[in-house]
Ligand binder design. Sequence first.
Ligand code: A5P
Length: 221
Amino acid sequence: MKAKRLAAEKAAEKIKSGMVVGLGSGSTANWAIKKIGEMVKEGLQIEALASSVKSESLAKEYNIPLRSFEGLESIDIAIDGADEIDKNRNLIKGGGGSLLREKIIDFNSKLFYVIADESKLVNTLGKFPLPIEIIPFGHELTLKQLQLIGCTPVIRKIDDNPFISDNGNLIADCHFGIIKDPQDLNERLKMIVGVVETGLFSSRFVTSVFVGFENGDVRVF
Ligand code: A5P
């Protein structure tokens, strides 16, 4: 808890007036949204884009000015959590099911800061099942294709009902085991008809990772 908050607040301090800010999703990103809300209250002037319905309502609660994508020139900074971060800064995201909107925002941002506690650091991605957003139509066939690529996909459920993303899609949690080449796997998954997006976020788009520790340290790499 403390570690997530420390990382989130340190990254939020990078935001300057005049910036267009991408708000992440999840418990760590929520700390960033809260901090940004405090900064706005103290006079920070920004416009924000939310990566999920939940983040949008939290931003509204903290009076963070939101904007639409219409006429948007660029996003200056995005701050978002992760489920796994490898030593090269490749990520697995989507534990909360918001991976598609997060990816659109994070990958289109000039600066992308990842925030996490130390529990998210791994040598190699893959212990956390990879979330993949898939179209509901014919999803049984899409799952078969995912199996052929080498994973055991499980349709995410909430109280025995399928979890439905903000975009009306399903999430397949895919157990691959160790992911040796995230870039290659992402490309192969994106070739499957019915796959909308994967939770593999390439290090190429990551500016820095802020890792919080329970002893109060924040490491940036
Ligand atoms: C949301 O879909 C995810 O990508 C989150 O960013 C990720 O699951 C991290 O969540 P926590 O900050 O709650 O651990």
